[in-house]
Design a protein around this ligand. Structure first.
Ligand code: FES
Length: 576
């Protein structure tokens, strides 16, 4: 299809900068106040660089430089770049969790784009929630936008060991608690596990979401895999700057790209990567913003047919740097072939199939062939049953296979503080067969559904050699984590889901092949417990926390705010 081409007078920014009236005078005079001659901005697409850089976001510490490179591309193509700082959502430092603030970033982006003279946007993100937050806002604003991913950091390294973000933290923390490594060895890991700018380089939420968003069509081909400090990443930034100017002229908007097929492509990609369970929440939120049907059952359907091809930690052995050298995401998408809709449109102006044509795999250990997958299916599994009527999720490739079918007695923790206080208590009655249950860790209860779902294994079991056991919560889990962790239980306990009614010693049964999660308690007993249940007091009752509590949806709906899901568009601002 031939791309359309808007005239300068049809650009959105023309309403601010082109009008020969009092307001136009004001806007142009203030541009000149900043040192720009009219010839530098008149009639050019105004391109916003939504930059989630901050001094507290190590994953984006190269974004000031990348912004300059994006601007270079914008200028080269005749656009006018404006850099707009946005909430940084530093996964490492924000408490209780960046997820609590994802929707705040999304609102900020939507309103920044809508209220200002912007014709196109480059969304600069990568650290976990920045990717969905930026995209959710851009989808709602429906202004031409492309995503420029931060890129993964280099492999970690200490004492001759290759280290992966998160995954090796959990692994060596468990070994330290088990007494099998020394504090000095652990300190050496601390110094070497994050040694360059860029997002986590395991297949955590960051790598999963940047890859899924590329498959969704929002990133120029191949860019999600380039390590943050590779010179090709800087070149990708400039190329993104050049392309967004063309998109602004073409008026190629998110609504032109997003279909059920493009979301299937994103989900299939996340599954083939054995990606983070967080992607389920985020992709559902994105789809609901776009008005495209996508639910938990679609993930399960696609999981049953999608092989895991990326041998990347925590499910596999390698890291994102290896993935890039092995051919990167484009090569993996070529290998997925008929499991994708290659006719889906992308920001490149090409179909997905055209965009990845010619990519090939250079290392079939890192990117497996379909005939030799890491696992033939079930990168994720959606569970339902009496303990999770609206669904829960688990990541089978990242757990010990003996736990795929398991029955055991519950050990219940009321909230995270209770867990922290008692998990290593020598008096805790627990065995390897027990099922650890954490409640009040969901979207409303925590609040913000933190990544507490990889409950630590009790120290006394670690010392017995136990490294995995069944754990259940209404929390999320970092994509860099692993283990038999049932997550996103919906409805959550704080709103009265069955998780709220579990008692110490209740038998719980997990059957992943049957996709079932059952609390083996008689209905009459459940009814009497429900009648006696009292909702916990909210932890935050003012400000953004209050807004969040009143409007956040449950995990199976994406944890967006109910009033931000797809609906009538907000009108363009009046300019008076
Ligand atoms: Fe930023 Fe992991 S801390 S992606």
């Amino acid at each position: 299809m031939a791309a359309k081409h808007r005239t300068a007078a049809e650009l959105r920014s023309h309403r601010w900068l082109g009008a020969q009236d009092l307001r136009g005078f004001g806007h142009r005079s203030r541009m000149q106040q900043m040192g720009y001659a009219p010839s530098e901005f008149a009639g050019r697409p105004v391109i916003a660089l939504i930059n989630t850089w901050s001094d507290l976001n190590p994953c984006h510490s190269h974004f000031r430089q990348r912004a300059e490179e994006i601007k270079r591309g914008v200028w080269q193509s005749g656009g006018f770049p404006v850099e707009l700082p946005a909430l940084s959502l530093s996964e490492t430092f924000m408490k209780p969790t960046t997820m609590f603030y994802r929707n705040l970033l999304a609102m900020e982006v939507e309103e920044m784009l809508r209220s200002q003279p912007i014709d196109g946007a480059v969304l600069m993100g990568g650290c976990d929630k920045t990717t969905p937050g930026l995209l959710m806002g851009a989808i709602s604003a429906d202004i031409p936008a492309l995503f420029m991913p931060a890129g993964p950091m280099l492999r970690g390294n200490a004492a001759g060991e290759t280290l992966g973000s998160g995954s090796d933290v959990w692994k060596y923390w468990a070994e330290l608690r088990a007494g099998t490594i020394t504090p000095a060895a652990f300190a050496a890991i601390e110094g070497g596990i994050a040694r360059s700018p860029g997002h986590c380089m395991t297949m955590g939420t960051a790598s999963t979401m940047t890859s899924a968003v590329e498959a969704l069509g929002f990133t120029l081909p191949g860019f999600a895999s380039i390590p943050a400090v590779d010179s090709r990443h800087a070149q990708a930034a400039a190329a993104s700057g050049r392309r967004i100017v063309a998109m602004a002229w073409e008026d190629l908007k998110p609504s032109d790209l997003l279909t059920a097929a493009s979301f299937d492509n994103a989900v299939t990609t996340a599954l083939a990567l054995s990606g983070s369970t967080n992607a389920i929440v985020h992709l559902i939120a994105l789809a609901r913003r776009a008005g495209v049907p996508l639910d938990l059952d679609r993930f399960d359907t696609l999981a049953r047919r999608t092989p895991v091809l990326a041998d990347i930690r925590p499910a596999g052995r390698f890291l994102m740097e290896d993935f890039y050298y092995a051919g990167g995401l484009s090569a993996l998408l070529v290998e997925l072939g008929d499991l994708l809709d290659l006719s889906a449109r992308t920001v490149s102006g090409l179909s997905l199939g055209e965009a990845i044509a010619g990519a090939r795999i250079f290392n079939t250990e890192v990117i497996r062939r379909r005939g030799n997958p890491l696992t033939p299916s079930d990168g994720l599994a959606v569970l339902r049953g009496s303990l999770a009527p609206d669904g829960a999720v688990i990541k089978p490739p990242a757990m010990e296979a003996r736990l795929l079918r398991h029955r055991g007695p519950a050990v219940v923790f009321e909230d995270y503080a209770d867990l922290a206080a008692r998990i290593d208590d020598p008096a805790l009655v627990v065995s390897a067969e027990s099922v650890l249950v954490l409640r009040n860790a969901g979207p409303v209860g925590a609040p913000g559904m933190p990544e507490w779902g990889q409950l630590p294994i009790p120290q006394k079991l670690l010392r017995q050699g136990v490294r995995d056991m069944l754990r259940i919560s209404d929390a999320r889990m970092s994509g860099t984590s692993y283990g038999a962790c049932v997550l996103h239980v919906a409805p959550e306990s704080a709103v009265g889901g069955p998780l709220a009614l579990v008692r110490e010693g209740d038998m719980i049964e997990l059957d992943v092949p049957a996709r079932r999660l059952s609390l083996l308690v008689e209905p009459a007993e459940m009814a009497s417990r429900r009648a006696a249940w009292v909702a916990p007091r909210p932890r935050i009752t003012r400000g953004f926390g209050q807004l969040h509590r009143l409007h956040v949806t449950q995990a199976d709906r994406g944890c967006d705010f109910d009033f931000l899901e797809h609906g009538a568009p907000t009108p363009e601002p009046e300019i008076h």
